[in-house]
Design a binder for this molecule. Structure first.
Ligand SMILES: [Zn+2]
Length: 440
């Protein structure tokens, strides 16, 4: 509870530009979890050791005796002899045998948790960042720590890790994270730095990230440029040695115009800061986290990942079962800024009878070649056609209403579709059927 109180006080006492204001507070039904994490790195930022504490709440109507921790950092290497992420020395529960390729650890709670009540779980944590140009990986002296922190699963729902998309679904939380690292290693991260204290050649950086559904960071000798949006959001853009400061400023301009567009079109980006880390990655161009994106130095990924601040970060969704909800909306938003592709005139394209805009990652993991055209291609074209059908004003109203209603929560497909039906007299049933987007 101390953590929650400290964060509440922080929110009340430091109304920095763009901070969540009372009218932007989460709906009553959204009750953030609280994390208090303290980690110390080796001399390069490739290994982190420390302790994580989570104040959990039982959101279900039944008493809980067990929760699952997701160790997504083990998603690629699985149950290797030396695991990338390990947890031990539990307080509040007893860990069981890891499952789902060592990405899930059951924790049997010391005391049963009645509905609506909270309990605290704490454990020691070791993160070894594998050598891999990935969202959780390192390249030379640069480490990227996406999905590295263990997070509780929502109930007993345990989707597997997928490399070509996302399996993550996490509740909105308040994070306090203390990173102890060499002073020469920068640590761009979700949230805002509260304090930095130097001791010898090391720095202790204390970071607060209220009302976000995940916490990611990077570590390395990054260069940086800074800026500010017209809405007062502080921009920090970090880049590796292969990227110039001029390129970083171009990427930062993409992030800035996306943040300004999203705020004007959909509703506020209710945080004081946005961090962009520019690197080179294998197999993907960028990756979204709250207040923080990884991107290659190019317009499309920079804009797309920033658009995810509304679709994924503010309005959450089950990324494994309903990848179209955040991906197609983020891509549609990107194309509002970068231009609608000509192929939308002939979409949708179905390359397989099972291909659907609303197919889950269970389908797209088996058919990875259909994932970009199905979810990003057809999915975004679907929203462009919807806008033509109902008109731009109704489109904007629907998305503003959807954001206002589900901000900080997790939305379901029918809720997104009904946001559009609510603003038009046109029956959209046939429209959704044509785009193969009807599943719950
Ligand atoms: Zn995306």
């Amino acid at each position: 509870m101390t953590v929650l109180h400290a964060l509440s006080a922080l929110l009340l006492l430091t109304p920095a530009p763009g901070s969540p204001s009372p009218d932007q507070a989460p709906p009553d039904a959204v009750q953030p979890l609280a994390y208090d994490v303290s980690l110390s790195s080796d001399s390069t930022g490739a290994r982190w050791d420390g302790r994580e504490r989570i104040v959990l709440r039982n959101p279900t109507p039944a008493t809980m005796d067990r929760i699952w921790l997701r160790l997504w950092g083990n998603g690629v290497d699985g149950c290797a002899a030396t695991r990338d992420v390990t947890v031990s020395a539990f307080e509040g529960g007893v860990p069981g045998t890891p499952a789902v390729g060592c990405t899930a650890v059951p924790v049997h709670l010391n005391r049963s948790l009645p509905p609506g009540r909270t309990t605290t779980l704490a454990f020691s944590l070791t993160i070894r960042v594998p050598e891999r140009a990935d969202r959780f990986g390192r390249v030379g002296p640069y480490a990227f720590l996406g999905n590295a922190l263990p997070v509780p699963a929502i109930g007993d729902d345990l989707p597997p890790y997928v490399s070509n998309g996302e399996s993550f679904q996490t509740p909105t939380s308040n994070f306090l994270v203390t990173l102890d690292h060499p002073a020469a290693v920068a640590v761009p991260a979700t949230g805002t730095v509260l304090t930095e204290s130097r001791h010898g050649d090391r720095l202790t950086t204390r970071i607060a990230a209220p009302l976000v559904r995940d916490f990611a960071w990077a570590a390395g000798p990054f260069g940086s440029v800074t800026g500010q949006t017209s809405t007062g959001v502080r921009l920090r853009t970090w880049f590796t040695g292969e990227v110039t400061a001029d390129t970083a400023r171009t990427v930062q301009a993409d992030v800035q115009r996306t943040l300004e567009y999203g705020a004007a079109q959909y509703g506020a980006y209710p945080y004081p800061e946005m961090d962009t880390v520019i690197g080179g990655f294998d197999g993907f161009q960028g990756m979204e986290y709250p207040n923080f994106v990884l991107t290659e130095p190019a317009d499309l990924p920079a804009v797309h990942e920033t658009a995810h601040q509304w679709w994924y970060a503010l309005v959450g969704n089950d990324e494994y079962r309903h990848p179209w909800m955040d991906e197609a909306l983020a891509q549609y938003t990107s194309e509002k800024l970068l231009g609608t592709p000509a192929y939308c005139a002939n979409a949708p394209f179905w390359f397989d009878p099972g291909m659907r805009v609303d197919a889950g990652m269970d389908y797209y993991a088996i058919h990875p070649d259909f994932y970009p055209p199905g979810v990003y291609g057809d999915g975004a074209c679907m929203f462009h056609e919807l806008e033509s059908l109902i008109g731009p004003d109704a489109m904007r109203t629907a998305l503003r209403d959807y954001l206002a209603r589900y901000r900080f929560a997790i939305a379901e497909p029918a809720q997104l579709r009904s946001a559009f039906q609510a603003v038009t007299t046109t029956d959209l049933t046939a429209f959704w059927q044509r785009w193969r987007n009807t599943a719950d």
